[in-house]
Structures are given as structure tokens and as C-alpha cells.
Design a protein around this ligand. Sequence first.
Ligand code: FES
Length: 652
Amino acid sequence: ATEALVIFTPSGKRGRFAPGTTVLAAARQLGVDLDSVCGGRGICSKCQITPGTGAFPKHGLTVAADALSGWNAVEERYRQKRGLIEGRRLGCQAHIQSDVVIDVPPESQLHRQVIRKSASDRVMVMDPATRSYFVEVAEPSMDEPTGDFQRLCTALSDQWQVTGLAPDLHILRKLQPALRKGDWKVTVAVNRGADGSVRLVDIWPGFREAPLCGLAIDLGSTTIAAHLCDLSDGRVLASSGVMNPQIRFGEDLMSRVSYAMMNPGGDVEMTRVVREAIDGLAAALAIEAGLTGADIVEAVVVCNPVMHHLLLGIDPVELGQAPFALASSSSLTLGAADLGLAALNPGARVYLLPLIAGHVGADAAAVALAEAPETSDDLVLIVDVGTNAEILLGDRRQVLACSSPTGPAFEGAQISAGQRAAPGAIERVEIDLVTKEPRFRVIGSDLWSTDAGFAEATAQTAITGICGSGIIEAVAEMRMAGIVDGSGLIGSAEQTGTDRCEPTGRTHAYLLHDASATGGPRISVTQGDIRAIQLAKSALYAGARLLMDEIGVDKVDRIVLAGAFGAHISPKHAMVLGMIPDAPLDRVSSAGNAAGTGARIALCSLAARAAIEATVQRIHKVETAIEPRFQEHFVAANAIPHATAPFPELAQ
Ligand code: FES
């Protein structure tokens, strides 16, 4: 018989095949991305395709109704038991008989493209490090005295070209019952490590349907945020965040390092509590997604070097003094069990992004992964605001990075009414220039309201405090309304013309929300709050200027503001405060949690991990702690917006 012409869409790949070839086999030969977990046994349904019918003038082809073979018993059984979408076939069962055009729907593509929701909305290609395989293992016999593990390895190598597996004890313990229960057919989850290692994560009897899930964790000094993602399509199944319980040992990184230095066993204690917090998050997210911890087979963690060492159970004392030597700077792939994480699958692997330098961590690397400054044509300044700000400056030619100790004020800590970005927190603020009356928006409600109108406008939401983005806007609005002067001083009621400015000892505070009549809180911005924000924003600005000095520029083309907390940071308010250097407002964008996005990208793609590992090698790090110019910039930046630097864009 003559060979049939087979054209795959959307790839456009084509070739000629002998009648009788399965669609899956043809796809594999042509390098068409068609998924399969069961290896063509008609069990997994990952290989679904849609054959075309009728005329395809574009290809000069008419597809006959019987271009593919009829339903065989395996496919028929699948259709009856599980159902198939009208027009779909199992690619591993349908045979090619004559010329045909075959469409591979997105969900059948192993390396499917996912548009990720972010400022840049770039396309991400699914290429997860952990995936599952269905294998049929040879039964043991008296004349074939090999171990079950060795026969599993042979099967994985023959059927899936997966080689180099190490015999992990937790797998050996489950292996024999799983093989016998599954009648010598099992599903295994295999992880590929950053170091080239190939590990078995788990083994289940028979074919396992449930998706594999992974956790993307942004471990910050003040907050820990995590996304639970489906590893087959990158979907976020559940997200949540908690305060980092290490705060009670010290609010910022250096005070935690000192705690470890002064208190024998202090590092052990901090390691324990952060692991417990991650476990708690993982368990809660699994429940929210209707899964169990055992479904979480992988995690990616991004964090600064001190958090990194403490999570790993490494005493961070060396990070407290120059030259800030890291125990290891490269990426790591470790067992969740070795990290004491008990809420995940016991065989789960944890990937930690590489650290850039002693003070510039994997969180900065994750921001670089999410925002890709090394591909930018114009000079971009990326600022990830947290208790430690990660700052990147660069373009195609070079990328510089530093980390600046802003303190936790931007995350709502050290603020009198501060709180984590959670329902009840004021996240947006506006102050009328004439009446000096505030309007605000609270997380959990979409409505803007005045203080007086708040109760009826949003009957269900009680205000509990103010989060990071809320305090940034409040202080900037107070500056614009003349309630705060350039030195950061809050005026009296006479000076400002509003009774909301109340005396508190020798200073004043601006009353933002008063629910005391109904037993609720009074929320004010105090002089202490303004000072905390001034310190934080000066450190941020000084870090950015330091990188600009290093390149020798006094302007950048574009600024990206990112942060793990709350709503996106408002570019206008950030600039009014002088958090960031002057730039045209339309060139300042807000990227949300870039470090968290970077963690998610790394979770979904081995290629992205390789790319960021290479990029990190090229990033030039600047150490703020030993740079005298940092102190100079810091002092000058204390004024709002700045003592000496002009902010011409702001005047417009
Ligand atoms: Fe699994 Fe076709 S490859 S059903």
C-alpha cells in the first residue's frame, strides 16, 4: 500500500507513513508534541487528537471519512467507561489508513503554552521537572533473579527512556506491594534535579489519574506566600500567605542573624518554626484545592540568603559579617523529608533557585526570571519591595543587582495600625486636597468609601488595620494634601486645617478611620509611622541610586515596581514618596509579586531553571552594606521626596 500523508496542526509538521501506523507513533517520529502518560495503552487519554474531515484546500488534500481506522476494543472501552469529547480519538489507538490532517488540542500537548497573567503576559511553556509515567514491569521468575527495582528501571528505560534512577529507600518500601497490587503495572512520578539527578518521587499501583501538584513558595522575612499549582498545565489551584513566624526572633534579617549568634540553638529554633509555617500553608492549600499533601510532589522556594540558610538548617552566622560567604550559592534540589517538611509527599523534591550573593538572594533571581531584564532593550530598574528590597538594574548588555535593608514597614510591620495584606486591611487611600478628608478601599470589598460612609457601604467588612500598599498611599496622599511637610513632619490641626490631625504627645497623628463609637478601632497614621516609611523608602532609593552610579546614569528608561504584599504598589504614590528615582509616570509599571511569579515559572519549567541559573552567573552584584555612597544617598533621600535630587516628572 502507498504511504499516507499526515499533517499535524497547529505545528504544521508532516510526513508519510505506512498504513497501520498509530497517530501517536507518527507524532513521535515527527517530533509533534503529543502527550502520553500510559505509553499508548489506552488508559491515560492524554493522547487525544481530532482528525479533520472533508477538503483542506490549503494543503491540497481531501480527508476521507475512514482516514483513521475504526474504534478498536481498547478505545471503545475507554469511550464507554470515561467518555470522549465528540470528534476526539485516542491517538495511541487510532491507526492511519489514508491522507489525513490531525489536530492536537492544547490539553494534549505535553509542552503546552500557558499565558501567564502578569504585567508582561509572556508565554510560558510547560516543561515541569516532575511528571508521571505508567509502566508495565516484567514479573520475577526463578530463572531471572533480579530485584523488582531493577526490573522497574529496565521497564522505565525501555518504555520511557528514563534512566539513571537511584534506589531511594522510601520507594523500595512501597515498591513490592504497589507492583503486585497493580498486577505489574504502576504509575511513577519522576523528578529531574538541577544537578542532573533523576529520582522516583512516588509509586502507585495501576494507572493514577489525579494530577501532580507543586508548590511555589516565596519565603520572605515578613510574609510567606505560596501557590499550589497543577503541574500539567500550570494552573494555580489555591494561593495563600502567612506571617513568617521568625519575626518574633527579629524583625529584619540582621536581627535574626544576631539572634542566632547570641543564642545557642537559636538558628535551630528559627529553622523549626519556618518549616512548620510552610507545612501549615501546604496542608491548608491542599485542603482548599480538595487534595491531600501526598498530591504535592514538588516545591520551589525563592528566598533571600538568610531565609535560605535557616530553611536548610544552616547557621547563618557567616552572612552577618563581610565577606558574607554563602554555604552554597548554586541551585539545589533536595528531598522535602530532608528539609523536615512533613505536609508534602514524603518523596517530594524541593528546588531552591540559585543565590546571587551574600545579600542578594534567590528572590532577586526569581524577580529576574519573572521580569527578564537581560532581554530588555531599554534600561529597566526593577524594585521588589519587601523587608529586604531586591533591586535589579540592567538591559541586554548588563544586569546589576543589590539588596537593600528597608525593614518591614512596607509590609505593614512597624506601623502602628499595620497588618498583613488580608481582608480588613486598608489598601488604597485618597485624601481630598481641599477638605483633607480621606477615602479608602479595604481588602475584601471593591468599594471606595469615605470614613463616615464606610459602615453602610460595606456592611460585612470590618476594618482591622492598614497594609503595606495602604500606608504607602496614605503617606504620599498626606504629603500631597499638605498634612505632612517635606521633612516628614505631620502638622497640627491649625497648620493643616483639619481636625483629623490630633496631638499625640509632642507630635501629631492623622486620623484615617474612626469606629470607636461602635467599639471598633481608631486607625491613625502617626509620626512614628511616617518615620518608619521614611527610613524604608530612603533605603530603597539609596539602593537604586547605587546601581545607577555603578552604571554611570542619572536616569533610567523604565521602572517596574513589584512586591509580595497587597494590591499593586501605585507608581504615582511611590514617586511622590521618593521611593524610586524620577521617571515619566507612564514608564513606571506595577508587577505584583514578581518573586512569586518567578517561583511559579521555575515550578513549571526545567528550561526556565536552566535559563535563570545561567543568567545569575552574569548578574553583577553590588554590596550595599560596605558601600559608603549608600549611606550618603540614604541620608539625602530621607526628605519627601528628596533633599537634593530634582523630581521634574512629579512637577508635571
Ligand atoms: Fe495513554 Fe493514549 S497514550 S491513552
